[in-house]
Design a protein around this ligand. Structure first.
Ligand code: NOJ
Length: 549
């Protein structure tokens, strides 16, 4: 197979550790549970999912106010998840199976329990004072209008020294001061700590927020109805993120990471609506992030036009060294199975979404459970409102509906835990779980396995270029992936009704994988007639059947 960078050709799988598999019986998933599940993720046979890398949401010691996105020690493992010795075992066992490990670096802020912040807040003269962003305020008020993602002002009054500190998320997540070289040094040492332990990459949490305006200017207001709910959404974020100093830091991080072989960084851009900026995150001279998530699909309605627009934005604007990275679900948003589950179309649409995600040009990131079509879990009001890390974002429901335990089988707690679970298991686990889908050739899980296997052996799908076909079709999303003379056609019918697509192809068309017809059939007609919700992945060529992938 082509010798290419794993983070371009591979498939990333995000695990939210507290929800994956509990081996200690405390109702919270742990690292041993992940080790136990590695063969499910990739044991080298077609019966496993076949993913190439695991992105672990944070497993560092943390008060868990924002479930690990509030880190109190960057160089250890929270005892609820394991310890450094178990972590080493995880890296080792994953590597034996060809699975890479990506750690989540939460470097915009720490927990307020982090020793750095404890020191920083203790007195004005403390040597760590300048590790965070403190301000005396103006006339008894916060220094500017910056808002927190979770509501209210981003400035928190601290009685101890009578100043405000900045916290863009919860008040227990004070923002670090990246303008202080000592902070940069300390965080770069954290990166080395994990690279030296064999991790293969980092996911950078809200990296475009590291720097804020040096003069603390207020953001201009923006007309947005959500701004009435809280100020954050009613502002143009000109001064509280995307400052030019960030590019220099990204480039220094890149040098650090590239000094280790085959490592990578993938960035979570906070609200990347401005593409001109987003594309710079890759660095003007290939010296920024290796990858930046493209989140447009999270907002795409179930119509080809929305997806096409998102794809075109990357395809047309990325620099030569850029590489797309599409996301359909993650731990912050409603799972896409539920987003698209209108009129009981959840399952066929999940198959279409999977086929798209796994055949586009770019690195796909899957979210645990999406391969079996896990849906949102309904939470009671009490569960939604507590603790604050979950409150208000995105608005009333909180974010935990997408974080329910992985559904392994139909035993109590869905095989996630022997006792209970920190969030209710979705009651549909009785019929929707890994065990029932594993050996069902028509299941979503089997479809994911086959898609990933096909991608793995097909150079055009891994690294070929992408050309959209019939850009105006209202119901069909179609594109060609091509490397040299090897061509793959992907045709996705977003409608539940039959549709036709004129291919204008003078080559033979050989079905490699699909949802409605035999995988070995040959299409003869230039007008492809698709059944409702049909997925078709076709090899195209003079003699498509015999050609080598
Ligand atoms: C983005 C993460 O994805 C989210 O879960 C978290 O709450 C914030 N960053 C703060 O770290």
């Amino acid at each position: 197979m082509v010798d290419q960078l794993w983070w371009k050709t591979g498939v990333i799988y995000q695990i939210y550790p507290r929800s994956f598999k509990d081996t200690t019986g405390i109702g919270i998933g742990d690292l041993l549970g992940i080790i136990d599940s590695l063969d499910y993720l990739n044991n080298g046979t077609p019966g496993s999912l076949g993913i190439d890398a695991i992105w672990l949401s944070p497993v560092y010691p943390s008060p868990q106010v924002d479930f690990g996105y509030d880190v109190s020690d960057y160089c250890d493992i929270d005892p609820i998840f394991g310890n450094l010795e178990i972590f080493a075992r995880l890296v080792d066992e994953a590597h034996k199976r060809g699975i890479r490990i990506i750690m989540d670096l939460v470097f915009n802020h720490t927990s307020d329990r982090h020793p750095w912040f404890r020191e920083s807040r203790s007195e004005l003269q403390n040597s760590k004072r300048d590790w965070y962003i403190w301000h005396a305020g103006k006339k008894g008020k916060p220094p500017n209008n910056w808002g927190s993602y979770f509501g209210g002002s981003a400035w928190q009054w601290d009685e101890i020294t009578g100043q405000y500190y900045l916290a863009m998320f919860t008040s227990q997540q004070p923002d670090l001061n990246w303008r202080n070289p000592a902070v940069k040094q300390a965080l770069f040492n954290v990166m080395r700590f994990w690279l030296d332990r064999g991790v293969d990459g980092f996911r950078l949490d809200v990296y475009n927020q590291y720097f804020k305006d040096v003069r603390f200017r207020s953001n201009p207001r923006k007309l947005n109805p959500l701004g009435f709910i809280y100020s954050f959404w009613g502002q143009e974020h000109i001064y509280d993120r995307d400052q030019p100093e960030m590019y220099e830091v990204l480039s220094d991080m890149r040098k650090l990471v590239d000094a280790y072989p085959e490592r990578m960084m993938i960035g979570e851009t906070a609200d990347e609506d401005d593409y001109t900026k987003a594309l710079d995150y890759y660095g003007r001279q290939n010296d920024g992030l290796h990858l930046a998530f493209n989140f447009d699909f999270l907002k795409s309605k179930w119509q080809p036009a929305y997806f096409r627009l998102a794809i075109r934005k990357w395809e047309e604007n990325l620099p030569d060294w850029g590489w797309p990275a599409y996301v359909l679900s993650n731990h912050d948003v409603t799972r896409h199975f539920s987003r698209y589950n209108r009129g009981r179309q959840g399952l066929p649409r999940a198959k279409i979404a999977a086929a798209m995600q796994l055949t586009l040009r770019g690195t796909p990131t899957l979210y645990y459970g999406e391969e079996i079509g896990q849906a949102e879990v309904k939470l009671t009001r009490k569960q939604i409102l507590d603790p604050p890390g979950k409150r208000y974002w995105p608005f009333y429901q909180g974010r935990d509906g997408c974080r329910a335990p992985m559904q392994w089988d139909n035993s109590p707690q869905a095989g996630f835990s022997s006792t209970g679970s920190w969030l209710p298991v979705n009651p549909d686990y009785r019929f929707k779980n890994v065990a029932v889908q594993q050996n069902d050739p028509a299941s979503l899980l089997t479809f994911y396995q086959r898609l990933i296997a096909l991608r793995k052996k097909t150079a055009a799908l891994q690294i070929g270029n992408l050309i959209l076909i019939d850009n105006n079709h209202k119901r069909i999303l179609a594109y060609r992936r091509q490397i040299e003379d090897r061509k793959i056609l992907v045709i996705l019918n977003f409608s539940r009704r039959p549709q036709t697509l004129d291919l204008k192809a003078d080559n033979s068309l050989y079905v490699l994988l699909g949802t409605h017809r035999n995988d070995t059939s040959i299409l003869t007609d230039n007008q492809v007639a698709l059944a409702g919700n049909e997925v078709l992945i076709i090899r195209e060529g003079k003699n498509a059947k015999e050609e080598n992938e």
